[in-house]
Design a protein around this ligand. Structure first.
Ligand code: 5GP
Ligand code: ZN
Length: 123
């Protein structure tokens, strides 16, 4: 596993191996304190303190990380959602291991009246 830190909460969670989704280099977990009906965190195995250091990811790994975020949202049944990264304490970052919040109102289906417009576009 690339660059792990003994004193990092998310590195420990990665070592414990409890996650909702995993692919080489990345996991998704449920946020312990959800701020939306679906609130997942995508965590790369490579420890960097924040998004500021995203340049430390090899280009292919950075692309795969973004794809993993999109695939995780899709597999959670979300079509519309927010992706959020807090960078630095005054922007709300509390865990200093890069992670991506996925926030959605819940699984969406083509027959869901609230999403009828989307369904028409998809047809
Ligand atoms: P940040 O505030 O750094 O952007 O996001 C950290 C997130 O990690 C918060 O939303 C918080 O609820 C979540 N979190 C903190 N500790 C744990 C934990 O032990 N397990 C899980 N699953 N989530 C955690
Ligand atoms: Zn870490």
């Amino acid at each position: 596993m690339p660059s792990q830190r003994d004193d990092c909460l998310f590195c420990s969670i990665l070592r414990e191996g409890s996650y909702v989704r995993k692919e080489k280099g990345f996991v998704a977990i449920k946020d312990i304190n959800p701020q939306a009906a679906v609130h997942l965190l995508v965590i790369p195995e490579r420890h960097v303190d924040s998004f500021r250091e995203v340049g430390e990811f090899p280009a292919r790994e950075a692309k795969r990380m973004l794809e993993f975020v999109a695939d995780t949202a899709r597999e959670a049944g979300l079509t519309d959602y927010r992706v959020q990264v807090n960078v630095g304490p005054s922007a709300g970052q509390t865990v200093f291991h890069l992670h991506w919040h996925i926030l959605g109102s819940g699984p969406q289906h083509a027959d869901d009246k609230a999403h009828a417009e989307t369904a028409v576009v998809e047809l």
